[in-house]
Design a protein around this ligand. Structure first.
Ligand SMILES: [Zn+2]
Length: 259
């Protein structure tokens, strides 16, 4: 065997190794759909409202998310669109913070439907849809696949489980999931936010009905996640019905737009 043959063999074996391990990586579910732009354009309202520069930034952040957070189906087939939905739901709440990266999640598990609540869950109505892990499930998020799909396919019903769970992660980033996202609130805004949050929760509890999902009245953290869904899915209605709440949420999520 001459030298050229040996070099060729080594090259071929390296290439085989590279593709084998690249394939393994895909099996670990860092899969990047190659038509992200089209999937976003066809299915994500938030993306479609952005200008061209904003769209490019959004796509880049979706790619980065999918490159760094594994998405794994548990007895379900995960479609490329599901991956794009999860990444979009992660990016929407932090889109106006270009440097924000989720440091508190490694993997999203997708379940076929309901799942048991052995961990820190989301209460009676919501625990079947999604939860952010704690303890041994630290850095994990569980979502039900049907709720991921309906989050975006019903884009204006005011409910988006993916956004809801990622807002919990944002809230959790300061050390406590307490409905007070300290990284998003300037110091002088904290007290007005807490006052408005508690007034609204008390009124929801007193009347037993509200245009805000009553699940939000179960506690501060749930209130924040629920009104964030409302803010991103039906901003005009929220602004009309709860102008103070809307303004505070706008200051949190879109500080440059808030007046
Ligand atoms: Zn929740």
């Amino acid at each position: 065997m001459d030298v050229v043959m040996v070099i060729a063999m080594v090259f071929i074996m390296s290439a085989v190794g590279f593709f084998y391990f690249a394939g393994k990586k895909n099996k670990d579910n860092h899969i990047l759909p190659d038509n992200i732009q089209q999937l976003l354009a066809d299915n994500v309202v938030f993306y479609n409202k952005l200008d061209d520069k904003g769209k490019q930034l959004f796509e880049a952040r979706v790619r980065h998310f999918l490159d760094t957070v594994a998405i794994r189906g548990v007895e379900v087939n995960v479609e490329e669109l599901d991956r794009v939905f999860i990444a979009a739901g992660a990016i929407i709440p932090i889109f106006n913070f270009p440097d924000w990266k989720y440091n508190n999640i490694s993997e999203v598990l997708l379940y076929k439907g309901t799942f048991s609540k052995e961990f820190d869950t989301d209460g009676d109505a919501r625990n079947v849809l999604g939860m952010v892990g704690d303890g041994v499930m630290h850095r994990e998020m569980i979502l039900s696949l049907p709720s991921v799909r309906s989050s975006f396919l019903n884009a204006t019903d005011g409910q988006n489980t993916v956004v809801h769970e990622f807002v919990h992660l944002l809230d959790k980033a300061d050390g406590s999931t307490d409905g007070i996202p300290e990284y998003l609130l300037a110091q002088p805004q904290i007290i007005p936010w807490v006052i408005r949050m508690h007034e609204t929760i008390n009124s929801m509890r007193a009347y037993g009905k509200s245009d805000i999902d009553l699940y939000g009245a179960t506690g501060d953290a749930e209130f924040f996640a629920v009104v964030a869904e409302y803010f991103f899915e039906k901003p005009d209605q929220l602004k009309q019905k709860h102008p103070d709440l809307y303004k505070l949420l706008e200051e949190m999520f879109s500080p440059s737009k808030a007046t």
